[in-house]
Design a protein around this ligand. Structure first.
Ligand SMILES: [Fe+2]
Ligand SMILES: [Fe+2]
Length: 134
């Protein structure tokens, strides 16, 4: 199922919203690749693209939180790192035993995590930063 952008995902910063939109797009590309039964290399190419983009986005987001003195930065950083590690494990598993069913499980894990993280964890810095600016 596609991840469709909606205002409820906004964190109040255009740059970061744009990055989240791009992440959604990559997840949707992965969805298409699985649905069209594209092969291992096409799917891994998207996963690697996603991996690189996520690392860059997390870094940008952590810098943004730091600049705004967000007090929960460390906990947020741990959540990001845990996801990076889990994603690396999932990709490795798929690398060694590729099958579309497992690709779908991986896609679901990635999509659900990202959706929930943006809706719950990322929203916390949004309210903190907005309250501060008032
Ligand atoms: Fe984020
Ligand atoms: Fe985050």
């Amino acid at each position: 199922m596609y991840l469709d952008w909606d205002e409820k995902y906004s964190v109040g910063d255009d740059g970061i919203d744009q990055q989240h939109k791009e992440l959604f797009k990559i997840i949707n590309n992965l969805d298409d690749a699985i649905r069209n039964a594209q092969g291992k290399s096409a799917i891994h190419q998207i996963l690697n693209e996603m991996n690189g983009y996520i690392a860059w986005h997390f870094n940008e987001e952590e810098t943004y939180m730091k600049e705004n003195d967000y007090p929960e930065l460390n906990a947020h950083r741990v959540a990001h790192q845990t996801f990076v590690d889990e994603t690396a494990d999932a990709i490795k598993k798929l690398e060694f035993g590729f099958e579309l069913g497992l690709a779908l499980v991986t896609r679901k894990f990635l999509g659900e995590w990202i959706k929930k993280h943006v809706l719950v964890e990322d929203q916390k810095y949004k309210s903190y930063i907005q309250n501060k600016q008032q």
